[in-house]
Design a protein. Structure first.
Length: 184
């Protein structure tokens, strides 16, 4: 009987560890936006995808981009973006906040793949803090990968680069706010 109890305890510990590493939803949109904007209130904007911007987006993502507009949130010179990108087969929902210093925060809101979930941890996402675009529109720093998560690392890196490009396109902090509607 004692051996069964030990075996059940070992199974429970293993299942708990796997549940913490499994794909799942880690933050919802409102939680991300509250962490992105200290006062909790931000204006909502829409970035319209022009033919020229679509060409840039598709170059960054390396696949077609079907949306006509991209929703974002802003307050002062800070923008927040929530973008889905395919890892291997499933979308990863990634939140990126950008201010005049560059990338302020990267968070994985939802991860649906069976592998590569390590990209959700700060040891990976914090590498992007302060990142900006070079004149050639590449990220200005090296991002260390994660063994076994190459496709997820690539997806996050593409989304961060895209969010930086989108931030430039909006002109937030400057004079080119595209459209807005108040939201929390």
């Amino acid at each position: 009987m004692k051996h069964i109890g030990v075996a059940l305890l070992a199974c429970l510990i293993t299942l708990t560890a796997l549940a913490n590493q499994a794909p799942g939803r880690y933050l919802d949109r409102d939680e991300f936006l509250q962490s992105a904007f200290a006062l909790g209130k931000a204006e909502q904007g829409m970035l319209w995808v022009t033919p020229e911007l679509r060409e840039t987006i598709e170059e960054v993502l390396e696949h077609r981009f079907a949306l006509l507009r991209v929703r974002y949130w802003y307050d002062g010179s800070t923008t927040a973006w929530i973008i889905d990108e395919i890892g291997k087969e499933e979308p990863i929902t990634i939140g990126v906040t950008i201010d005049e210093q560059g990338v302020e925060m990267v968070r994985i809101l939802e991860f649906r793949e069976s592998r590569g979930w390590e990209v959700r941890y700060p040891f990976f996402t914090d590498q992007f803090n302060g990142a900006k675009l070079n004149p050639g529109r590449s990220i200005d720093r090296h991002i260390d990968g994660i063994t076994g998560a190459t496709l997820s690392v690539g997806a996050v890196s593409r989304v961060v680069k895209l969010a930086l490009i989108f931030h430039e396109e909006t002109g937030v902090g400057g004079s080119r706010i595209i459209t807005s509607a108040s939201t929390s």
